[in-house]
Design a protein around this ligand. Structure first.
Ligand SMILES: NC(=O)c1ccc[n+]([C@@H]2O[C@H](COP(=O)([O-])OP(=O)(O)OC[C@H]3O[C@@H](n4cnc5c(N)ncnc54)[C@H](OP(=O)(O)O)[C@@H]3O)[C@@H](O)[C@H]2O)c1
Length: 286
């Protein structure tokens, strides 16, 4: 039983199709305004698989909550959670909840669904969580006093959010140690997808680079599908993967207390209730 975010296009779409073809029930999540429902129908027709779509905007905490509620209404198990939706945005903007968009989608759109689904994952173990990070994290810096980047530059905001994906992976894996739920982050390579469509003046350059050097979405999705399906992902936790091999995360994710600092900040920012945090607290108490 797999839930994958950002599967209406790009690498998520390829992994969703592969999982459906292998017989997994697949639930895809992307914005209701996008192509997600139509693409889920296409994947169902192509594979004969059991594929469903939930239309929610994961840049909004309220919609992440609603997505999880909609999922729980219909399914009682979840052994594969793939947190893949993400974007690069050239110009700063805020969501209707007043949160800078890159941070809201790329980090909170990972953190909130994961926390709200943790009890289902544990009950469904062995289970796995995979976050699509990026090697852009290596150039990232956590601006602790300005995570929402009031002095915005798209590259800096994106790199920080992908570094946050790695910190999230470390902290979530720590909390899930011993439960049979593994948590990993991965980098898909530079892939010719719809990524970069909102990059402003950079978009034509991104498209040129994608055409010239970009991997195909199939190549980009390979490691995500591998981690979603291969027993190797269950044999360890807290890893960062590129081309099916474990690689070191960015130094800040490997040292000090950055992962815990981000976790505490994220709980506060998402304003999750005590009831929503109760399964997590139970895990933290051991
Ligand atoms: N392409 C690359 O070179 C590259 C490199 C490193 C890492 N990555 C990462 O790989 C992941 C997938 O990217 P991709 O290259 O496959 O890009 P993509 O083709 O642009 O796909 C992005 C997916 O995210 C969904 N999405 C966007 N905004 C959303 C929102 N607010 N709520 C819910 N879903 C939303 C999109 O669906 P809708 O638009 O239909 O909502 C789409 O399904 C991202 O996290 C990206 O940062 C990509």
């Amino acid at each position: 039983m797999a839930l994958i975010t950002g599967a209406s296009t790009g690498i998520g779409r390829i992994t969703a199709r592969d999982l459906a073809a292998r017989g997994h029930t697949v639930v895809t999540v992307s914005r209701a305004s996008g192509r997600g429902a139509r693409v889920a129908d296409e994947i169902r027709r192509e594979t004969g698989g059991d594929v469903h779509h939930l239309g929610f905007d994961l840049s909004l905490v309220a919609e992440s909550r609603a997505m999880v509620a909609a999922f729980r209404e219909r399914w009682a198990r979840l052994d594969t959670l793939l947190l893949n939706a993400g974007a690069y945005v050239g110009r700063r903007r805020e969501t209707a909840e007043g949160i800078e968009f890159t941070w809201a989608l790329n980090h909170l759109g990972v953190f909130v669904p994961a926390v709200l689904l943790v009890d289902l994952l544990v009950a469904s173990a062995p289970a796995r969580v995979v976050v699509t990070s990026s090697n852009a994290a290596m150039a990232g810096r956590m601006h602790w006093d300005d995570l929402e980047r009031r002095r915005y530059d798209g590259m800096g905001a994106y790199a920080q959010s992908k570094l946050a994906n790695q910190l999230f992976t470390v902290a979530f894996a720590r909390r899930l140690a011993g439960t049979g739920v593994s948590v990993h982050a991965m980098h898909p390579g530079f892939v010719a997808t719809e990524f970069g469509g909102d990059a402003g003046w950079l978009t034509p350059l991104v498209r040129l680079a994608q055409r010239t050097f970009g991997r195909t979405p199939e190549q980009g999705a390979d490691t995500l599908t591998y981690l979603a399906t291969d027993p190797v992902a269950l044999a360890s936790t807290g890893g960062y993967w590129i081309d099916r091999r474990q690689r070191p995360m960015a130094p800040v994710a490997r040292e000090g207390d950055a992962a815990e600092r981000l976790w505490a900040l994220s709980e506060a920012q998402a304003a999750l209730s005590d009831a929503e945090l109760a399964p997590l607290r139970a895990l933290e108490r051991g």
